[in-house]
Design a binder for this molecule. Structure first.
Ligand code: F0G
Length: 459
């Protein structure tokens, strides 16, 4: 018999208590956190959907591997194991371990970037953009047109616009284009997948103009799931084979293992080119650590080596994608406008459509983030003008293209009843939406302002 319910393919061995809070307590906590949930204490949160990064529950196999971590400074057994797994997966000869994704980004984009240089991507993630801009270079997003329409159903909304890509390379001159970065799945664009067809087309353009092609692979297993189920010719391939084919089309990758590595910390940079690898290795030693550990402990490398295998397991990926879809379907059915189709690691709510009475200058996304916390103790993040907004010369806000709120699902952490609770809170969000007001920023840093900005609620 074929059963409809897809169960969590694991049993729970260790549990961590959730501290219950009342709406009254949360009102005070949020005020103290200046209406920025990044500044809340985690025990003030009931369901933490802030990020899927570094929040995975590790398996018993990973925990036992950690006990065999070899903490030698050079040439540790754990490094050799890690290096082999990453090499087998990516096919790249040079593997540089880093403490997380942005360290790999800083090393690679810091080396390739600088004033006058340009990076092109389906959408640069916030740390990617920040590292590029910090080097003095420019980051240009060129997602396909469909990506700008939250409610438009399209199977590979994470794709990069190849026609625009070629035009931009010509416009800036191929020598000035440091790299094309393909983010799979496209996190800032709604967690949407990128097709193999698109990856092949990008690879072709990059080869034609001699431009470096880098994959941001932090959710490459989730992306492979969508390719297998949405691109006919891949239906009989394994998820791992699909990821391998994607890597083969590029010149290197950066990966935050905190996502599809199923670990709490770690990352790497993997490259084909000897010269770039040598330059990056120098920087690795200066800022992260020796080549055989980077910024990682031996036990971290052990956990990643196991995690990178588990993440491609059929039952795991099926459960993973289904649980994200479950949340998306439920709240969408009750009338919450969400990004469609539902992506891999998160459900993205279109706050502009939910709160049409709040102007973008008053951050409707941040307003929803605050409401979800107050009503239900749910923590999530705005991916809109707080994260990506800029100011013009006169100090007027140049808004982001969309005002999304991301409900990111940690891997193997919450059960279906946790998700049902979130759905119930969304009913309250609908019932009270007309009375919700926007916010004003009272304090902000220059880079990545969403992490530490302070807000004030408007009356
Ligand atoms: N690239 C993408 C696409 C990411 O989503 C992230 C992190 C990074 C790079 C940087 O990796 O955090 O290990 O330094 N995304 C997290 C998130 C923070 O919540 O989406 P990191």
């Amino acid at each position: 018999m074929h059963h409809k319910v897809i169960i969590e393919p694991f049993k729970i061995k260790t549990v961590e208590p959730i501290y219950m809070t009342t709406e009254k307590e949360r009102t005070e906590f949020l005020q103290k956190a200046h209406y920025n949930p990044f500044l809340l204490h985690s025990d003030q949160v009931l369901i933490d959907l802030l990020t899927d990064s570094g929040t995975s529950a590790m398996s018993s196999r990973q925990w036992s591997a950690m006990m065999s971590g070899d903490e030698s400074y050079a040439g540790a057994k754990s490094w050799l194991k890690f290096e082999k797994v990453v090499k087998d997966l990516t096919g790249y000869p040079h593997i540089l371990p880093t403490h997380q994704g942005r360290a790999a980004e800083r090393i690679l984009y810091g080396y390739l970037g600088g004033k006058g240089k340009v990076f092109l991507s389906n959408t640069h993630f916030d740390t990617t953009r920040a590292n590029i801009e910090f080097s003095g270079a420019t980051a240009i997003d060129c997602p396909i047109e469909e990506a700008h329409h939250p409610s438009m159903d399209y199977p590979f909304k994470g794709n990069l616009d190849v026609v625009k890509l070629e035009a931009l390379i010509k416009q800036h001159g191929s020598k000035n284009v440091s790299a094309v970065i393909l983010t799979v799945t496209n996190n800032s664009g709604g967690g949407q997948p990128v097709s193999m067809e698109n990856t092949k087309a990008i690879s072709k353009v990059c080869k034609k103009y001699g431009v470096l092609f880098i994959i941001d692979a932090c959710r490459v297993a989730e992306n492979a799931y969508f390719i297998r189920h949405r691109e006919k010719e891949y239906e009989n391939r394994t998820y791992r084979e699909i990821a391998q084919e994607m890597f083969a089309l590029a010149d290197g990758c950066v990966m935050s293992a905190k996502k599809d590595g199923l670990v709490n910390i770690g990352g790497f940079l993997a490259l084909r080119d000897n010269e770039i690898s040598d330059a990056c290795t120098n920087m690795l030693i200066i800022t992260e650590g020796f080549t055989t550990y980077g910024g990682l402990a031996g036990r971290d490398m052990e956990a990643i080596a196991v995690g990178l295998e588990e993440v491609f397991e059929e039952d795991y990926l099926k459960y993973r994608i289904r649980s994200t879809q479950y949340l998306g379907e439920k709240i969408s059915q009750m009338g919450i406008p969400i990004m469609l189709p539902v992506g891999g690691h998160a459900v993205y709510v279109d706050s502009k459509a939910l709160y049409p009475h709040i102007p973008v200058e008053q951050y409707p996304g941040q307003a929803l983030v605050c409401e979800l916390y107050l009503k239900g103790g749910i923590r999530c993040v705005e991916i809109g003008s707080v994260m990506f907004g800029k100011y013009d010369d006169k100090g007027k806000l140049i808004p982001a293209l969309m005002e999304l709120v991301r409900l990111a699902i940690p891997r193997r952490v919450y059960t279906q009843s946790h998700v049902d609770y979130v759905v119930e809170v969304f009913q309250e969000i609908i019932d009270t939406k007309k009375s919700v007001r926007g916010l004003r920023i009272t304090h902000e840093p220059k880079f990545l302002r969403h992490f530490t900005a302070h807000f004030e609620r408007l009356g």
